[in-house]
Ligand binder design. Structure first.
Ligand code: SF4
Ligand code: MSK
Length: 630
């Protein structure tokens, strides 16, 4: 029954990262609680919850199924373990898809306001992408201003959310064979919001009570996220803020400055952080910083807001999900500025132990003990300036005795949008395809996802990716995996020395790292676009490619939605932490095997990163063989 994980009490058992270990030591000395301590207090975690067999979808419950078969085998309404597990899983997908897609909606609304001249300082930064997207959506551009084209495009994109007839237009980027398969299975998404609403409807008491039927809706909702909401978010953000190009930066807690004002941007949406980056260069604020005794203003990122500003501006990153508390514990953060998603509510109490201002900016998200500085597009720059000013004015409150900034920081190269990768390849995927067919590159590994206290911080990420590149698998990465890889020095062209001979030669010829940072969590859509381009060029389906995915330390509901769309797209995916499905044999075997007969891909669960890499390599080799490659 116990599918949990043992507590790691020693600091070096909590994280592989030296900078994090040093700050965990500081936390211990100062009596400060972190996620690891709270995890310990949760142990042993509820086995019913771990197995997914607890239901509280109506107020006759909560009901739970006895996994030993001795106690109750049905909920009060008659729901079995299969039904309860499938419904719980579907609700996770719905929440994850909602998070990505609501983020996308806000990006499109900002885009629309911009086109109407009502979004203050926002401008079109990538005209070429605007025109190409407009043409993809069938919007004529002749004789129209860029703003008019943007307004038309925004309207069409907004319709994707509330569409009532037909299917999503954005999913048409997938290879035709896959689209046909989705249509045959009846899982081609209709409207982005509609799929999420339908999940909630189906999981209400007394609606959908067939595990397979429920899970098919999960796949459809996942697709509406990956090829819908997430893809729209990426595209619109590229038009507004620029499509990322390769650039160098630095990562880890050592990017916090000893003598400058440290402003951390954390969460997921680049809409405000773009303005904060600009405001930090405002001469008025730089002068104020000088007056307050600071040597400048240092904007740095955490999680995916950090990935967005890293990808487009080379802004350094202080850390990934499990480093958010550690950054505050350095005592050197003047402002922790947050928007939405993956922000621990613990930051409220924690920032109260230091001089850090905890500033929440989204109308949707608040946390304990925040200074609320709500952000609206029409006053974006002004709000960004107020936020940075608050941070600057807080600089004299820094308590020198409480400050410890680890010296560890690591150079990295990021900014590999699909467009940038194609540029690096000379304009077409052919050189990469030749490297794959010739055998220099064995395949492609997409490694993404969060941190999770159940796995030693960054251990799963770094060891899996190292093993893949050692075996000539080119890795594409996003989210917290990308940050973990950056901290381990894997995002540099020089890291090709850790790669197998074939991959090393390809990286050296192209001047690229063996691990390509493609962006934030919504930017997994970039990986889909790349996979689609390669499959189309080869005239095969995505499921035929020598490619595999992994989320070694996943924890969020978004990751479940991501898993659903990656597998639905035909990519075998290894999860490093166990989803709450083991209470149903039917759901478990469908996810880990049966889906192969449905979408020609499935999940595997393997917490050991080296064994996970073996599973991915085995899969890649099978696909190579089927394509007739050595
Ligand atoms: Fe119990 Fe059924 Fe209500 Fe769930 S929906 S709480 S299984 S009665
Ligand atoms: S931030 S969703 S912890 S990857 Fe995108 Fe990291 Fe996972 Fe959040």
């Amino acid at each position: 029954l116990n599918v949990g994980y043992e507590m790691k009490t020693e600091i070096d058992e909590k994280s592989i990262d030296l900078a994090s270990q040093k700050i965990l030591q500081k936390a211990e000395e100062e009596g400060i609680e972190t996620a690891w301590d709270r995890y310990e207090k949760q142990l042993p975690q509820c086995s019913f919850g771990q197995l997914g067999v607890c239901c509280r979808n109506c107020n006759m419950g909560p009901c739970r199924i006895d996994p030993f078969g001795e106690g109750a085998q049905k909920g009060i309404c008659g729901a079995t373990a299969d039904i309860i597990v499938a419904r719980n899983f579907l609700r996770m997908i719905a929440a994850g898809a909602a998070a990505h897609s609501d983020h996308a909606r806000d990006a499109v609304l900002t885009f629309k306001k911009m086109s109407e001249g009502e979004a203050g300082s926002y401008r079109i930064k990538d005209e070429a992408k605007l025109l190409s997207l407009a043409s993809e959506y069938g919007i004529p551009s002749d004789g129209k201003s860029l703003e008019e084209i943007a307004a038309n495009l925004a309207d069409v994109l907004l319709q994707e959310f509330g569409k009532q007839d037909g299917h999503l237009q954005c999913t048409k980027r997938v290879p035709k064979s896959r689209l046909k398969l989705w249509a045959e299975l009846g899982i081609e998404p209709r409207g982005i919001d509609r799929e999420i609403v339908e999940c909630m409807h189906r999981t209400h008491i007394g609606v959908d009570n067939d595990a397979v039927h429920i899970l098919l809706q999960g796949l459809r909702t996942g697709i509406s996220d990956g090829w819908g909401g997430s893809m729209i978010a990426t595209d619109v953000q590229d038009i507004l803020f620029g499509t990322p190009q390769p650039r160098k930066s630095t990562v880890n807690l050592g990017v916090l400055s000893r003598d400058k004002v440290n402003v951390i941007v954390h969460g997921h949406e680049p809409i405000l952080s773009e303005m904060i980056v600009e405001a930090a260069e405002d001469p008025e604020l730089l002068k104020l910083a000088e007056e307050k005794g600071a040597a400048g203003i240092n904007v740095i990122g955490i999680c995916c807001t950090g990935n967005e500003t890293l990808m487009r501006h080379g802004i350094p990153i202080a850390g990934n999900f499990l480093q958010q508390e550690l950054a505050v514990i350095t005592g050197a953060v003047e402002a922790m500025v947050v928007d939405v998603q993956c922000i621990m509510p613990s930051l409220g109490e924690l920032t109260g132990c230091y001089h850090t201002k905890f500033i929440s900016t989204s109308p949707k998200a608040d946390f304990p003990n925040t200074v609320r500085m709500e952000f609206h597009e029409d006053r974006a720059y002004e709000t960004a300036k107020e936020i940075v000013r608050t941070a600057v004015e807080n600089f004299p409150n820094r308590i020198p005795e409480k400050v410890t900034i680890p010296e560890e920081k690591q150079e990295c190269m990021a900014g590999f949008s699909a467009e940038a990768i194609l540029n690096a390849l000379g304009g077409s995927p052919d050189p990469l395809i030749e490297a794959i067919t010739g055998g220099a590159v064995r395949g492609i590994g997409a490694v993404v996802g969060c941190n999770n206290v159940k796995i030693k911080h960054n251990y799963g990420h770094v060891n899996l990716v190292k093993e893949l590149i050692k075996n000539n698998v080119l890795v594409v990465t996003t989210g917290c995996n990308a940050i973990a890889c950056a901290e381990a020095g894997l995002l540099l062209p020089e890291a090709s020395e850790m790669a197998g001979d074939g991959l090393k030669a390809v990286c050296k010829a192209l001047g690229i790292p063996p691990v390509l940072h493609m962006g934030s969590c919504v930017d997994i859509s970039r990986i889909l676009v790349l996979a689609s381009a390669i499959a189309n060029r080869l005239g095969v389906d995505i499921s035929d490619l020598p490619a595999a995915g992994a989320a070694p330390e996943w924890m969020s509901e978004k990751a479940v939605s991501i898993g659903a769309y990656v597998v639905s797209s035909g990519v075998f995916t290894v999860l490093g932490t166990i989803p709450a499905v083991l209470g149903s044999q039917a759901v478990t075997s469908l996810l880990t095997g049966g889906l192969n007969d449905v979408v020609r891909a499935s999940f595997a669960v393997e917490p050991d990163p080296l064994k996970a890499a073996d599973l991915m390599l085995e899969h890649i080799d099978e696909k190579r063989k089927a394509l007739g490659l050595n």
